[in-house]
Design a protein around this ligand. Structure first.
Ligand SMILES: [Mn+2]
Length: 321
């Protein structure tokens, strides 16, 4: 739920200020980028000066999104009136350089249940399937016209965060909003095609290698898999290509929780968790200093893969028993 007070506060922040620094989260996916770029489009349209930032830059598969070329990867020296973060549950999701950003106020727009409320103004709705769904409601309440560009960007984020309207976060409201966006967007099949039928052969080879590492435990209720930097090298891919790969171990019949260990540096791993039904993986991720949603969460951890695997799989096992 978004309360009227927050809506009015955001409206006056936008009315009374000129420069806006829009932050999307590290390891970006279409929800954070769609939200950031739709805000950019709106603010530009009312003669404000917005800048969009992503610490990691935009992965190739999202370059079809309008304005994706405006995204910057460095924090400018100058001061901004307002920083607006979208789809980040905590400051750790905004990159290591975030503290260098000079700004008067920070607005935190998000849908992670584990959100740390780091903003001066926090608009957080964990019931929204995607931050793009939340933003639609927010735009409506602010009286902002949802044009074709905004519709396509928001729809892309919603399609992605709901796994094409398959995940448990998909509600009647999600579909109602999606239906409004479809009417005004540049076409849903076009978005789906660009999201899902636009892969490199290298990425498919990477999937093959990852599938090879799948191990089942706890009578097939847990599926774990690994991606190493060697695998990226061997297939001519980068870590961007790992986005969404955890869906493969998760898709196995009988699996309740899927875990993917991604090597980022020597002895450093990004761990992603996905679950079916009501198994809460956000709680597991929080234990390791991360966070997320009931069915999708993650964290980063240092150590030897064998030790990390043991520790994480034990926590999952505890959760399932
Ligand atoms: Mn999201």
């Amino acid at each position: 739920m978004i309360d009227t007070k927050s809506v009015n506060e955001l409206k006056s922040l936008i009315r009374n200020n000129t420069t806006f620094f829009i932050l999307s989260h590290v390891n970006p996916e279409p929800d954070t980028i769609g939200a950031a770029l739709s805000l950019y489009h709106y603010l530009k349209g009312i003669d404000k000066r917005p800048v969009v930032y992503n610490a990691d830059g935009i992965p190739g598969f999202m370059k079809f999104m309008q304005y994706s070329d405006v995204i910057r990867t460095a924090i400018p020296h100058g001061k901004f009136d307002i920083a607006i973060s979208v789809d980040a549950g905590g400051l750790d999701m905004l990159g290591d350089d975030f503290d260098k950003l000079k700004r008067d106020k920070t607005v935190n727009i998000d849908h992670h249940r584990t959100n740390t409320m780091f903003g001066d103004l926090n608009i957080v709705d964990p019931c929204a399937s995607a931050v793009c769904e939340l933003l639609y409601t927010l735009f409506k309440k602010m009286g902002i016209r949802i044009d074709g560009t905004i519709s396509s960007l928001l729809l892309t984020g919603i399609i992605y965060d709901t796994g094409s309207f398959r995940y448990r976060n998909t509600t009647a409201r999600t579909l109602r909003i999606a239906s409004e966006l479809v009417k005004r967007s540049h076409g849903i099949s076009d978005i789906a095609e660009r999201l899902y039928e636009n892969q490199s052969i290298g990425r498919l080879r990477l999937i093959e290698k990852m599938i090879d590492t799948i191990e089942l435990s706890m009578d097939g209720r847990i599926a774990s898999s690994v991606l190493t930097r060697d695998m990226y090298d061997a297939t001519g891919t980068t870590r961007e290509d790992a986005e969404g790969l955890i869906d493969y171990p998760k898709s196995i019949s009988g699996v309740a929780v899927a875990v993917l260990f991604r090597e980022t540096e020597d002895n450093r791993y990004k761990v992603s968790l996905r679950s079916k039904s009501n198994v809460d993986v956000a709680e597991i991720a929080e234990k390791f200093g991360g966070g997320g949603h009931t069915n999708a969460a993650g964290f980063t951890v240092s150590g030897r893969l064998m030790d990390i695997k043991n520790e994480v799989l034990n926590s999952v096992l505890e959760r399932l028993t």
